[in-house]
Design a protein around this ligand. Structure first.
Ligand SMILES: Cc1cc2nc3c(=O)[nH]c(=O)nc-3n(C[C@H](O)[C@H](O)[C@H](O)COP(=O)(O)OP(=O)(O)OC[C@H]3O[C@@H](n4cnc5c(N)ncnc54)[C@H](O)[C@@H]3O)c2cc1C
Ligand code: SF4
Length: 488
């Protein structure tokens, strides 16, 4: 039973500090200084969770994490039990504990009139305590089913599905076209948000459990989807939503204009010790990032670490409000103005900025963007307001406007998998595709989303694949294909 008065004794919400900006800009290490988190402070913070009758945080977390239970175990200093409860619903809490936007906290009951419980930070602390104490071991299945499963894509969705299916006794092979395992966790999100050791040690655990990994293999090219279907008893498609949203304005093909993922993939490869000939670098450049989301923010932090002269982030829409609006009441997950660790580090942010054209120098390289103020038409359509154009100098432009969906050409041609009208892999409530024995999880079926959703869908698709292979399943399915989101 939680301390029912804990939240009255400790009103202040406390999370670990960030490392000083001038220090962290000189390296790629985690921006958060977790070393100062000693146990008494965590136990006091955990006591702020009152174990309210209806834990709305469960509803906020797509994984259905057992939040009040592990909060109370932290309060009592029972770290091993807390780790077990955490892993009961989440294969990879070290990733969500670092970079989840924590919709659980926006639906925390304490958050109605006090700062929410520091749920995400407990997730981090519980799992990192367990790694430090050597308590996280491979869970080798007790018996093998003789069934085989191919998982295509090694992002959080593919890895969650693979771990669940391996532990259920199936022989699982993860195919990844990139040179290393991890998907966007490895090649999208920079180390200053997510150090790659967190992926490597999980891959080691999974290998020890029996999961096999094949990197540098593109399904659809190196091995066809129908060959995969013939070779394996079931297939899980977890290929992500990798097609970038283009900006179709004059000059978009000039030298010096790149999609964000080209820039981040190269930078993350080099940070990991790899070599990239002619790497796109921001060093000494005026950088303009088009797009104000997570990807744009990661481009900002990366550009600053490269040593950019200036970095300006442009968003086409209005600046979001600082506080909940009436149409986004508790416990919904509101759209608010966010200041990420990268925004704290430098750069300018501009809103209502519509790019209308890129301007070239004599060598055909971008030298500036022409932007106009965004005008909202009745019905919400956004257009550049005529007569408000101005030029912003730039010698590196990063287009970070999100992703339109998955690459599906070979999947549809070779396997006959059907798509939705938005071009996503169509799925039933249980994540089955239109092709029997083929399932889909993560951004490929959902559209660009979050790590927590990818893990939740990977677990659910694994349960469906297991039921397909064995006639029944004991694997949990935390979400359904048509889950209602708390985002209004
Ligand atoms: C820059 C950036 C920052 C982000 N930051 C955050 C954040 O802070 N918090 C958060 O929650 N979410 C964040 N996200 C979103 C999050 O990373 C994704 O929602 C999540 O990774 C999706 O997981 P996934 O497994 O579906 O796909 P992915 O992680 O995209 O993995 C798909 C994998 O499939 C592989 N693949 C594709 N096609 C094939 C094929 N034919 N054969 C073999 N392999 C193939 C790809 O190479 C890739 O490795 C961010 C996204 C980006 C781009
Ligand atoms: S995974 Fe995200 S939403 Fe779920 S408990 Fe952790 S921080 Fe909250």
């Amino acid at each position: 039973m939680a301390d029912p008065r804990g939240f009255l004794k400790t009103r202040e919400r406390q999370t670990p500090p960030y490392r000083p900006v001038e220090v962290r800009l000189t390296d790629w290490r985690d921006v958060v200084d977790h070393r100062v988190a000693d146990e008494p402070y965590l136990r006091v913070q955990a006591a702020r969770c009152m174990d309210c009758g209806v834990p709305f945080c469960h509803l906020g977390c797509p994984l259905g994490n057992l939040i009040p239970e592990w909060n109370d175990l932290v309060r009592q200093g029972q770290w091993t039990d807390a780790m077990e409860r955490l892993h009961a619903t989440n294969n990879f809490p070290e990733w969500t504990g670092r970079v989840c936007p924590a919709p659980c906290e926006t639906s925390c009951v304490l958050g109605i009139n006090q700062p929410a419980v520091t749920i995400k930070n407990f997730e981090y602390e519980i799992v990192e305590h367990a790694w430090e104490r050597g308590e996280i071991h491979p869970q080798v299945p007790q018996r093998l089913t003789g069934k085989t499963v191919a998982v295509v894509g090694s992002g959080p969705a593919g890895l969650a599905a693979a771990q669940q299916l391996t532990r259920a006794g199936h022989t699982v092979v993860v195919y990844e076209r990139d040179a290393a395992i991890g998907g966007l966790l490895r090649f999208g999100i920079p180390d200053f948000k997510l150090e790659k050791v967190t992926i490597d040690r999980r891959v080691e655990q999974m290998r020890a459990e029996g999961t096999r990994f094949r990197t540098g293999v593109e399904i659809g090219a190196d091995l066809t989807w129908d060959a995969l279907h013939t070779r394996f008893d079931a297939v899980v498609v977890a290929t992500g939503a990798t097609v970038p949203r283009p900006l179709p304005v004059p000059g978009a093909d000039l030298a010096g204009i790149h999609y964000a993922m080209e820039f981040l993939h190269q930078s993350n490869t080099v940070v990991a010790g790899g070599e990239v000939p002619d790497q796109i670098r921001a060093t000494g450049k005026d950088v303009v990032i088009i797009g104000g989301g997570d990807t744009g923010s990661d481009c900002l932090g990366t550009s600053l670490r490269h040593g950019a002269t200036s970095v300006t982030t442009l968003a086409i829409g209005k600046q979001p409000p600082l506080e909940r609006q009436e149409n986004q009441p508790w416990p919904t997950d509101p759209i608010l103005f966010e200041v990420s660790s990268s925004h704290q580090e430098g750069g300018e942010r501009e809103y209502l900025a519509s790019t209308v054209e890129f301007l070239a120098d004599d060598a055909g390289h971008v030298r500036a963007l022409r932007v106009a103020e965004t005008e909202y038409l009745p019905g919400g359509r956004r257009v550049p307001r005529a007569g408000t154009e101005r030029d912003i100098p730039a010698d590196l432009v990063l287009v970070a406007m999100g992703f339109t969906g998955p690459e599906t050409e070979t999947l549809t041609a070779q396997a006959g998998v059907e798509l939705t009208s938005r071009g996503l892999v169509a799925r039933a409530d249980d994540f089955a595709t239109s092709v029997p024995g083929t399932f889909v999880a993560g951004d490929a079926g959902r559209g660009q989303s979050l790590i927590v959703w990818a893990i939740a869908e990977g677990r659910a698709a694994a349960a469906a694949a297991d039921a397909y292979l064995q006639g029944e399943t004991e694997l949990p399915a935390p979400v359904r294909g048509s889950t209602v989101s708390l985002r209004p």
